[in-house]
Design a protein around this ligand. Structure first.
Ligand code: AMP
Ligand code: ZN
Length: 664
């Protein structure tokens, strides 16, 4: 077979697997095999650049940097939609329609996906360009970013027209959004507010490989073009689906406004069970012939109508504004509310974000406020009900001093948040850093919990995490709720943490922006804390995925004499502050490219040891089973649902012994 044919076959095969996985939700190959084939294709393409194809599956990982997005005029204008909020609105709309068209009118009901709209142009079955809505007439070309989204087909299948536009919404499913935020919170970064803004913000990132990391999806709803041989909206949706697009199957063809209302009512309740957010329903006249007759107003088609759900909103009293101090000293104002039911949960508190937000809302203690679950995730305060403001109300002045240590707060230029600069003396910062140090993903100190840490600090027994290593059983026993046994456990736990590997110690230090992944990268690159301490910003940014912000924070951390002293102490206590020679010797690539789930209790190894073995041998530990999982290593007491899922997805199940044999 010729090399060219080989490349073409591989591309087709990978496209098929991609389609099965992302569009049909039904994997036809393991993640591992997919990666191997993708690498094979990449190698062939590298060696034979004459067969380059901008739409090859290898192009999905991104990498292209766009500094300025090119403005592009749409072939077909992208209109907005008129909104309706009630049955009357819809009936009025129907009356207007019936005056303009003859015959029976059918409607397509679709969900109104809450994201950012996108126009994709395809020519000869290949994605030619992707352009944002912009002002409707022209938008920004963001093709490199859109190519990284797995639900956007780069090559169509079946009987597609030579050239056409297709419109859809770029969305971020809720699970993916929560996961992105979990990581940000772990790194003490401000969480993203809602999936929609995060999705639309992603479109204009300059580095497409950053976009590739976000679990975005593209849901399609409308085809535009000349001589397409499509006669209804519903038929268009079905065709798009057949060409390989993701078109949600919730779309429904109905015969009357009453049926439209049923659809609206159903989805107003059911929307909480969808994997993504919707903010309403879009109703469209089904016949494209009738659509043509109806045409457009200056702003929107006459043949379509959005029905917006009411955001779930309640009003309640703001009892008090309090201020929280985080581990890094960041201050977060919190609204303490009179408890109230909202979208199925009791809401007692809402974040007020920062001083600007308080000022913007002019929110005061004692006010009656409107609370909304817009994104269904974090409740937010929308506005104050000024008609109910008490006469003696006084406007809120933001605190100037730390509520915990009374230090004057600082607010750096360009930062929204106030910070307490008292790094060494502010209890929540001191305690928070030690709590982070002992936490499960960091030093995992058994026998020591967050409350005990607070107590140890309060009693003056420890001031920073290095003091833990000089604690004695006798010192600990007198503490509240301590007995001889628990005191011994605590000391033993501290003792055992000396064996924790360098990368986790590095994470445990609590350097701002150095989360688990970054710590691993730094440990791997510098191999010892000494090398890292002497690294300059210029040097740090050459490390894969280390940007300026992280680099600055690392340099800043080690420029403090006190931090350097703590590190020196940790050294004298025998902690792992470099990658051990053993560890280097023990590392292999046997499990490279594999994603492995560990579940249950094991005979010879602890779960942590098992996970470490996987990582040392080049594998990836993942927490849940998917079609991308290579193996499930199953111990005793594994839940039956895990096994069922593995069997259903054809994931091979290994015993502890099978797994160890694999490494031999
Ligand atoms: P609006 O931004 O409120 O004018 O609403 C119009 C926008 O709704 C369009 O630009 C699309 O991005 C979005 N939209 C979401 N789902 C659909 C759908 N099923 N059909 C048409 N537009 C939709
Ligand atoms: Zn403070």
């Amino acid at each position: 077979m010729s090399i060219e044919q080989n490349i073409i076959d591989l591309r087709n095969e990978l496209r098929r697997h991609n389609y099965n996985y992302y569009i049909l939700d039904n994997a036809s190959i393991s993640d591992y095999e997919f990666d191997i084939k993708l690498k094979e294709l990449q190698a062939l393409e590298d060696a034979n650049p004459e067969f380059f194809d901008a739409n090859s599956p290898t192009q999905r990982v991104g990498g292209a940097i766009t500094k300025n997005f090119k403005t592009t005029v749409h072939d077909f204008r992208m209109y907005s939609l008129d909104n309706s909020y009630s049955k009357e609105d819809l009936l009025d709309w129907e009356t207007r329609i019936k005056k303009m068209v003859d015959g029976k009118v059918q409607y397509t009901c679709e969900l109104k996906y809450d994201g950012a709209s996108m126009n994709l142009t395809y020519e000869n079955g290949k994605l030619l360009r992707a352009v944002t809505r912009g002002d409707g007439v022209q938008g920004d070309e963001v093709t490199a970013n859109i190519k990284t989204i797995n639900t956007v087909p780069l090559q169509l299948k079946g009987d597609f027209p030579d050239r056409f536009d297709i419109r859809g919404e770029i969305i971020l499913p809720i699970q993916g959004f929560l996961k992105m935020n979990e990581e940000r919170i772990a790194n003490e970064e401000e969480p993203y507010r809602n999936p929609r803004n995060t999705a639309s913000g992603s479109l204009k990132l300059q580095d497409s490989s950053e976009v590739a990391k976000r679990p975005l999806e593209c849901l399609l709803y409308s085809i535009k073009g000349n001589n397409l041989n499509i006669s209804t909206q519903y038929e268009g949706l079905e065709k798009a689906r057949a060409w390989g697009f993701k078109v949600p199957k919730e779309a429904k063809l109905v015969n009357s406004i009453d049926e439209v209302l049923e659809y609206v009512e159903y989805w107003d309740k059911e929307r909480h069970n969808l994997p993504y957010e919707i903010d309403g329903v879009v109703v469209k006249v089904n016949s494209l012939f009738q659509q043509d007759e109806l045409g457009f107003t200056a702003k929107a088609p006459r043949w379509a109508m959005a029905y917006k759900f009411k955001a779930e909103q309640v009003s309640t009293r703001l009892n008090e504004i309090t201020y929280q101090v985080g581990r890094t000293g960041a201050i977060t104002p919190v609204a303490n509310l009179e408890p109230v039911e909202l979208a199925g949960t009791t809401v007692k508190r809402a974040s007020l974000h920062n001083a600007d937000q308080i000022e913007k809302l002019d929110i005061r203690e004692g006010d009656e406020v409107f609370v909304e679950k817009g994104g269904e995730i974090i409740p937010k305060i929308i506005a104050v009900d000024l008609t109910k403001r008490p006469e003696n109300s006084v406007s809120t002045s933001y605190i100037q001093f730390c509520p915990e240590c009374e230090t004057h707060l600082e607010r750096l230029d360009g930062e929204a948040k106030h910070y307490c600069p008292n790094y060494n003396g502010c209890p929540p910062q001191v305690v928070g850093r030690i709590q982070h140090y002992i936490s499960r993903k960091a030093m995992d100190i058994e026998g020591l919990g967050g409350e005990t840490v607070a107590l140890l600090v309060k009693e003056g027994l420890i001031k920073d995490y290095s003091d833990l290593y000089e604690l004695t059983v006798e010192q600990v026993i007198p503490l509240e709720r301590m007995a001889k046994k628990s005191a011994e456990n605590l000391i033993n736990g501290v003792e055992a943490s000396r064996q924790i590997p360098f990368e986790r110690v590095l994470f445990a230090l609590g350097i701002r922006y150095v989360g688990e992944t970054v710590a691993k990268k730094l440990a791997k690159h510098y191999k010892s804390i000494d090398a890292l301490m002497f690294a300059s910003i210029l040097d740090l940014v050459t490390v894969d995925e280390i940007g300026e912000r992280i680099a600055e924070s690392v340099v800043d951390f080690f420029s403090s004499e006190q931090n350097r002293k703590i590190v020196e102490r940790l050294k004298t206590f025998g902690l792992q502050l470099e990658i051990s020679a053993d560890k280097l010797a023990n590392q292999t690539e046997i499990l490279k490219g594999m994603s492995i789930v560990v579940s249950g209790v094991f005979e010879t190894l602890s779960r942590t040891e098992l996970k470490k073995l996987i990582e040392d041998n080049g594998g990836k530990v993942s927490s849940s089973i998917s079609s991308k999982t290579t193996y499930l290593v199953a111990g005793d007491k594994m839940g039956p649902s895990k096994r069922e899922k593995a069997e259903k997805l054809n994931v091979e199940i290994l015993s502890e012994q099978d797994f160890l044999n694999l490494l031999k």
